[in-house]
Design a protein around this ligand. Sequence first.
Ligand SMILES: CSCCC(=O)C(=O)COP(=O)(O)O
Ligand SMILES: [Zn+2]
Length: 224
Amino acid sequence: MNSPKLIDPRLELICAARHFYQQGWMVGTSGNLSVRLPDHSFWITASGQCKGELELGDFVRIYPNGTACPEGSRRVEKPSPDVKPSAETAIHQVLYALFPEATSCYHVHSVEANLVSRFVKGDTLPLPPLEMLKGLGVWEENPDCAMSIFDNHLQVSCIVDEIKERFRTSPPQLRALLIRDHGVTIWAPSAKTARNDIELVEYIFRYMVAARGVGVWGVGEERD
Ligand SMILES: CSCCC(=O)C(=O)COP(=O)(O)O
Ligand SMILES: [Zn+2]
């Protein structure tokens, strides 16, 4: 009997990135995706790669102490010295640390995410009570649901510190956060769920932008 073939988890990230690129959510080199392995290391997209054309060599494996696998070791998982992990690796790291059930973390940049991030000044974005929220685990009649928003900072470590601080004291309603004028990040228990969740949150953002355009009242605005 043949033993089942192990599928390289980077392949799923390559497919997801190509799909998001085609949607216009990972234009150019924007966004980053990671997948966590049973040993708690994770593969993350290398910095500055075109996300529509990723190959197996465009990933870096980060180990629990936060370092990439050392070159020259038997497990060379940094394809060459000039390949650097995503500049936003620390965001993936903090989310994996805060949410141990997460095995995938996806971050994309869409026009709609940036528009809705300006609908409010505060640190949460109320979401319209759409049926789609059920796909994100919100099973309530007329749900009062909001997504956490963080300010964008040039220093990624500042964004990380704010995520750590806020989520430690008040866990988010959804497995998602929005960085203002930047993009959304989701974390999920599987790659399949992560891809689904990105699609759903982007649908909700699109709806919110369209609803504003046709004057639907009160959608995604701060409540009094
Ligand atoms: C043009 S994208 C600017 C950096 C960023 O926000 C991003 O998501 C991609 O950075 P990476 O280092 O992961 O390529
Ligand atoms: Zn980004």
